[in-house]
Ligand binder design. Structure first.
Ligand code: COA
Length: 259
């Protein structure tokens, strides 16, 4: 499973624990997140939820690519996977308890997606951020795009998605991907203090602000879901998507053809 849940005082911790794979998120881990959120939501002693990766090398290097051939190859399974991801992001975003991501090292793809679903993001100076979907021929999902766009705006979202590059902590801060960068050895104590404050502040005031802020950042105008779905399916069915996975496993540079 490799998802670890810990209750420390008023904080529910969700820990990605697959350090040999840079805390990449396998299917079981994705499936475990929404029930973990529901468990902490239902626990009156828990006042806030925090995410981290085991160790200090990575928050998470994203979805576990070694499972893609099994879980994310056919059009149908890609659809199911995206539904699962959307459920996970909603479980985090829809909680009325505040959530926080404490980020050391790599925070990529699905890892960044989860961090962005949280209310607050604090990282160590060693952290690196990115969404390398275009390096894998992968169609990044709808909720992930929406939250990225809401967080950094469309100009930066375009660069992040089109180049698929990694950004160091200070650049991530300048883009608004994180709230603050701390020295690696100060991150935990800073986060503990922030979580203590979140736990002591008035829950209904926080829940009220969450609701009002969400309503205000909602995208204007209804997006064309059919058009988005068609773009995602085209990518999910592509040879390039297979090539991206293969190249990662074979540790070589992918050769994309646009089909
Ligand atoms: N899925 C599956 N395995 C992953 C992984 C992922 N997302 N990220 C890292 N790993 C595995 C590597 O395959 C490697 O396994 P091995 O020891 O069996 O060879 C191990 O984790 C360590 O990774 P490695 O690349 O050797 O470490 P690094 O410190 O040089 O680089 C990363 C770390 C995160 C930059 C690099 O592994 C990477 O780019 N990973 C993929 C990130 C990605 O594309 N995520 C988006 C998925 S949607």
């Amino acid at each position: 499973m490799t998802l670890r849940l810990e209750k420390r005082g008023a904080v529910g911790w969700i820990i990605f624990d697959q350090p040999a794979k840079r805390n990449a998120l396998n299917d079981a881990m994705w499936r475990g997140i929404a029930p973990a959120m529901q468990k902490f939501d239902a626990d009156p002693e828990v006042r806030c939820v925090a995410f981290r990766g085991a160790g200090t090398e990575a928050f998470s290097a994203g979805a576990d690519i070694s499972e893609f051939d099994k879980n994310r190859a056919s059009q149908e399974s890609v659809g199911q996977y995206d539904t699962l991801l959307d459920q996970v992001l909603h479980a985090i975003q829809d909680s009325r308890k505040p959530s926080l991501a404490m980020i050391y090292g790599y925070c990529l793809g699905g890892g960044l997606e989860i961090a962005l679903a949280c209310d607050l993001r604090y990282c160590g100076a060693s952290a690196q951020f990115g969404i390398p979907a275009a390096k894998l021929g992968l169609a990044y999902n709808v909720e992930g795009h929406k939250r990225l766009l809401e967080t950094v705006g469309h100009a930066r979202a375009r660069e992040i998605m089109f180049l698929g590059r990694r950004y160091p902590a200070e650049e991530a801060l300048a883009m608004g991907l994180v709230h603050r960068v701390l020295a690696d050895d100060s991150l935990e104590s800073f986060v503990d203090e922030a979580l203590k404050t979140l736990s002591e502040n008035a829950p209904l005031s926080i829940a009220n602000s969450k609701t009002l802020i969400e309503e205000y950042v909602k995208s204007v105008g209804a997006p064309d879901h059919a058009r988005m779905q068609a773009a995602m399916e085209r990518c999910a069915r592509s040879e390039d998507y297979k090539e991206g996975r293969r190249a990662f496993i074979e540790k070589r540079k992918p050769k994309f053809q646009g089909r």
